[in-house]
Structures are given as C-alpha cells and as structure tokens.
Design a binder for this molecule. Structure first.
Ligand SMILES: Nc1ncnc2c1ncn2[C@@H]1O[C@H](COP(=O)(O)OP(=O)(O)O)[C@@H](O)[C@H]1O
Ligand SMILES: [Mg+2]
Length: 411
C-alpha cells in the first residue's frame, strides 16, 4: 500500500475531485491535511480517506510539514505529497525536501511561482515572452515604460486569478497603478510589455522529463479583458484537432519551456499569446493541473477521466496515451448589473430554458448560478455550461450562443 497525503487547505469541490480520484486508486491509502474542520468535508469523502490532520494554516510550510509528520507517525511513511492549489506548490516542495518525499523540489517550484524569475529562465533559454521588470519604485517603473512603451501590464510577482493585475495604457494610468500598489524594496510590482493578441492555454503532462500529453484551450476573450469588463461572460473552446499549423509554435516552444523550468513529473497549465503578426509569447506556467473546469473539459475531449489520470501520474508515475475524440467548450455564467455592490445577490436567470432547448444534447454538464447567492468576483463567474461535439465549429458557436443569450441578473 502507498501512503499519500493530499493537502486540501479548504474543503472546495474542485480540490475534492482530485483527492477522490487519488483515494480511489488501487493500493493507495489517502490522508488529508487541512485547515478546514473535518465536518466541512462530505461524509462520503471522509469515508474514502484513512486519516485527517487539522492545521492552522496549510499554506505555511512549517505547519504543513508538522501535519504531514503527524500523519506519517500514525499511518506510516508518506510516499507522495499532493495538492492542486497554486499557493500550495512552493510550501509543498519545501516540505518534500525537508521530509525526503519524492516530487517537485523547492527551486523548481519557485521557477513556476515567481513570475519575474520565470521570465528570466525563459530569456536565458531563448524562449519568447513579454519584456518585464520588477520595480521597487516609481522611477524604475517610468524608466521601464519609456524603454518599452505603452500599453504595459502591472501585477504582483506571484498573483493568481488576474487579481490586482491592471493594464496601463499611458503614464497617468501607470502612476495610478503604482499609487495603489505602492511598490517598495522587497514589495516590488512586476511590469510587463502588454502582449496584444489572442490568448490560449497549453495544458500538459510530463512523465520523467518526457512530454506525454498536451491540450490547447482558446480563450474568448482574455481573462484580463473579462476582469476589466463586468458585462463580459468568459468562454473557452478546446478544439478537436490541435495538430494544425496554428498550434505548431506552441507545440515546439511549450515543452522546451517546461524543460527549462525543470518539470519532471506532473501536469502544468501554461498561458500563451498569439500576436497579430503571428509571433507567440508565453505568459506564465503553473506547476499544477489547470482550474476553471479545464480538467473536466479535457475529460470530455478524450473520453478519459483526467482527474484519475493525474492521480495515476503523480502516485504511480504512469501515463496512458490519450486521443482527442471531440471538441468541448465552456461558457462561464456571470452575474451582471450590480457587481461589486455590497449585498448584491443573484436575483434571476434569463434565457436558460431557451438555450437548453436550442442546444439540446450538446450540453453535457452545467451548473447554474444559485438564486440568492452573492456573486463571485472571478472571471469564472457563478456557474457554467459545458458543451461537446465532434465539430469544433459547432462547439464554438454553442458557447457563443450561451454567453450571448443567458443572463444572470444581480440585484
Ligand atoms: N504581458 C501581458 N500582456 C498581455 N496580457 C497580459 C500580460 N500579462 C498578463 N496578461 C493578462 O492578465 C491575465 C492575468 O495575468 P497572469 O500573469 O496570467 O496572472 P494570474 O496569475 O493572475 O493568472 C492574463 O491571463 C492575461 O489576460
Ligand atoms: Mg494566469
């Protein structure tokens, strides 16, 4: 039996889906470290695990390490430490090093987490990415702006979910961004050349340094545009075929970028841009499986449960080749009309029945926003509709139909 610890700081449905897959692997005994009380976890999940350790903050390496050690003392040596949240990747790597658990080490985790450092690695390997500078003060930021020109993007060096990320079109908007973020030595902000173009993901699996799987998602539009425009509902499409010339560059560059950052065994979520002149630039890479339903979408494309494939990859270090059988897409339903207003809740859903009738069997999964609930601030919104069809064009039209016709009214 293999003793695996899953770090689940918060009992969130998405993380639980991964943990359930790991717990159900033959020969695996799964323990959990969490800062949520065990009662927050569904009873059927608790029945799947062998042990549970509560810590105050599971994102802090010392506390995570103590939790893992306690589980090791009770259940035997820990052979894998897994977790899918972005801010867990560095603390987990530190704990693995300290307790000699096989898996990604701390310097590699930092390559994926520190966006400025990541771009330096790319530059050193001649991999295309936006020009950047870590700025500790206004003078440095102005100097970068006069070198690179506008527009620029400002962001925290280790952010997530497009939070605190802003497009600066001119000097006043850059100064306003700096006024808000107040950079200082040790609290730098990352400025980047704004890559004008379309955005995509490149989601991958690597086994013992070999690139064994990739997927492309096309974003409609970019996450930053969605965040900046509260009326936009985001959509993504995973084409049935991704071997065509439009993706040749990322197939060449993506695996090289992962090798440069030190990916050995695991899944990753890369974001990349195609400029109107045809050139590409890598945005960032996360050393974890993608979020935002992408694992579910890839499962619909391949007909294989990607959550289980990830668990097998991480625990047994095996990967079964996958085929693309269909295209899939997701429309993210997002509350409109009162975003950011204190006390706003989802008041009504419009257009759902008609869209359901029109799309029929194309819809393979959906979660509708719950009436009376406060809206989510992220670009993933408050619900989603997933469609699947062998023809990529049918899927693209279907998600566009959903975002154009379903309206989530807030009040
Ligand atoms: N250099 C850039 N040029 C153009 N758009 C960018 C750039 N950097 C970030 N963005 C936009 O902002 C979003 C969030 O930035 P990202 O670096 O991916 O941070 P996060 O960790 O928040 O996802 C991206 O998905 C993209 O839409
Ligand atoms: Mg991102």
């Amino acid at each position: 039996m293999v003793h695996v610890v899953f770090a689940i700081p918060f009992a969130m449905e998405n993380t639980l889906r991964f943990a359930r897959a790991a717990a159900s692997l033959p020969g695996v005994r799964l323990s959990v470290v969490s800062q949520d009380q065990p009662e927050k976890f569904p009873a059927d999940f608790r029945a799947q695990i062998v042990d549970f350790e509560l810590v105050r903050d599971a994102l802090v390496a010392d506390q995570l390490a103590a939790g893992v050690q306690t589980l090791a003392a009770r259940q035997g040596p820990v052979e894998r430490l897994l977790g899918v949240l972005e801010p867990l990747q560095e603390p987990m790597a530190a704990v693995r090093e300290r307790l000699r658990i096989r898996g990604m080490d701390a310097p590699t985790a930092r390559n994926f987490r520190d966006k400025a450092h990541m771009k330096e690695v790319f530059r050193a390997h001649d991999l295309p990415c936006a020009r950047h500078e870590l700025c500790a003060n206004v003078e440095q930021a102005r100097a970068f702006a006069s070198r690179v020109g506008f527009p620029l993007v400002g962001k925290p060096p280790a952010g997530a979910g497009s939070k605190a990320t802003a497009r600066c079109d001119d000097l006043p908007s850059l100064l306003a961004f700096l006024q808000q973020t107040r950079p200082a030595p040790g609290r730098e902000v990352l400025l980047e050349e704004f890559v004008l173009g379309r955005e995509f993901s490149f989601d991958t699996a690597t086994l013992h340094g070999q690139h064994v799987f990739h997927n492309v998602c096309c974003y409609y539009p970019t996450p930053l545009e969605v965040m900046e425009n509260p009326w936009i509902q985001w959509a993504v499409v995973l084409p049935q075929q991704i071997d065509g010339p439009e993706f040749a560059d990322i197939h060449r560059v993506g695996p090289r970028a992962l090798a440069a950052l030190g990916m050995w065994t695991g899944m990753s979520h890369m974001e990349w841009f195609r400029r109107s002149n045809g050139s590409i630039a890598i945005g960032e890479v996360a050393a974890r499986p993608p979020g935002a339903q992408f694992m579910t979408l890839m499962s619909h494309v391949t007909g294989v449960d990607l959550y289980r494939a990830f668990a097998e990859l991480m625990v047994f270090e095996t990967w079964t080749p996958l085929q693309r059988r269909a295209a899939a897409g997701c429309a993210y339903l997002r509350g409109q009309g009162a975003t950011g207003k204190p006390g706003a809740v989802v008041r009504a859903l419009h257009g759902v029945d008609a869209v359901q009738r029109e799309l029929g069997d194309l819809v393979v999964e959906a979660r509708l926003p719950v009436l009376g609930k406060p809206p989510n601030s992220s670009y993933e919104g408050d619900g989603f509709v997933i469609v699947r069809h062998p023809d990529t064009r049918v899927v693209t039209q279907a998600v566009q139909h959903v975002v154009a016709n379903v309206r989530v009214e807030l009040a």
